[in-house]
Write a protein that binds this ligand. Structure first.
Ligand SMILES: NC(=O)c1ccc[n+]([C@@H]2O[C@H](COP(=O)([O-])OP(=O)(O)OC[C@H]3O[C@@H](n4cnc5c(N)ncnc54)[C@H](OP(=O)(O)O)[C@@H]3O)[C@@H](O)[C@H]2O)c1
Length: 325
């Protein structure tokens, strides 16, 4: 197989395209002929060596890449729910390696069929990780019930933008987004299924109340959110895009309102709940197939892995980059 290999930790120039032996699936695994591999910021951090001391993460030389789309090439022992040639997409879950290649081996539990969904493989691999994350956060952690009202901060953000569509499929009655005033016009022009987008700076003045708040932003917005939560409201803490690591929430506001703050990180959740991966992926695909989760993509050849990483490092991307072997 052809693979983009990280030959040592360092700058994007450490990438080398190499011919390597085709990997074979072990028990419970599938081998996939890759058509699209997603490129993520976490791949960049691992390549830079930021996580080199962390157990379970790869040491060079290694092939990066968490999620792929492609077709089943070979079934490992005990795998009966796919057939060779079937179009599939994977989530990460059991490692952070292998995707930037013409063949990848994945755990069958994090692999899901695209057949009959009508979803383009490139869109699937670009949108599915966040859609599945949104599904797990809303169902397993926030226990969203049909008819409840949802508020999503940083409405157009990569992670946030998966929430309105998934919340709709789960029966949310109202989904409101917030955006900073500087992003408000773009957010309001988006086709994402929000009922309304309000300025995050004005949140404390809002008269609406919400049962579930999705907060990937943090900072003062997190505290302001307490004022717009219904009793028994749940706030999902899923990120800190504000970069405000010093902010703390006044916890006495919680018991008076019967409020709950719930942290969720897909990277730490999924490896311990692999049985939840496929149902989450199928639910995410359902939302994507309904046109409720959208994301712009750009596809580069495998040989441009270094260029893909350079663009992510400089923040010069407004779309999800995919590599094609
Ligand atoms: N929990 C998980 O499993 C998980 C998974 C993926 C990502 N994350 C985390 O979620 C957060 C968002 O990630 P993402 O990939 O969605 O990022 P992103 O695409 O850059 O979106 C972040 C959004 O936050 C809003 N924002 C508000 N204040 C901001 C500030 N000072 N600087 C930058 N953005 C600001 C922006 O929306 P407006 O301009 O519209 O306000 C922006 O669209 C990160 O902290 C990331 O680590 C968590």
């Amino acid at each position: 197989m052809r693979a983009a290999v990280v030959t040592r930790f360092g700058e994007p120039e450490v990438f080398e395209v190499q011919e390597l032996p085709d990997p074979r699936p072990g028990p419970g695994q599938v081998a996939i002929d890759v058509t699209h591999a997603a490129v993520g910021l976490v791949d960049v951090y691992i390549r830079q060596g930021l996580y080199k001391e962390r157990a379970g993460l790869p040491q060079p030389p290694y092939v990066p890449g968490l999620e792929v789309a492609g077709t089943i090439r070979e079934l490992g022992e005990g795998v009966t729910d796919f057939r060779v040639g079937e179009s599939v997409v994977t989530l990460s879950g059991t490692g952070a390696v292998g995707g930037y290649a013409s063949v990848e081996v994945a755990d069958a539990r994090v692999t899901v069929s695209l057949e009959g969904t009508g979803v383009d493989p490139a869109l699937a691999v670009a949108a599915l990780p966040n859609a599945a994350t949104a599904y797990l956060a809303l169902t397993e952690i926030a226990h969203l019930k049909p008819g409840e009202r949802v508020l999503v901060h940083g409405a157009l953000g990569g992670l946030a933008s998966a929430f309105p569509g998934v919340a709709r499929t789960l029966g949310a009655s109202v989904v409101v987004g917030t955006s900073r005033r500087s992003s408000l016009a773009a957010a309001r022009a988006s086709a994402l299924p929000y009922d309304e987008i309000i300025a995050s700076e004005d949140l404390a003045l809002a008269t609406q109340r919400f049962d579930v708040v999705v907060d990937p932003v943090g900072g003062q917005l997190r505290t302001d959110s307490l004022q717009v939560m219904n009793r028994q409201g749940r706030m999902l803490l899923v990120g800190n895009a504000s970069g405000d690591w010093q902010h703390s929430v006044p916890t006495n506001a919680l018991w008076g309102g019967n409020l709950a703050l719930l942290g969720f990180s897909i990277g730490f959740y999924l490896p311990n709940h692999l049985d939840k991966a496929r149902p989450a992926a199928e639910a995410g695909l359902h939302a994507i197939s309904q046109g409720l989760v959208d994301i712009r993509t750009e596809t580069l050849p495998l040989a441009d892995a270094a260029e893909a990483h350079r663009r992510l490092e400089t923040g010069a991307v407004g779309r999800r980059i995919l590599l094609t072997p």
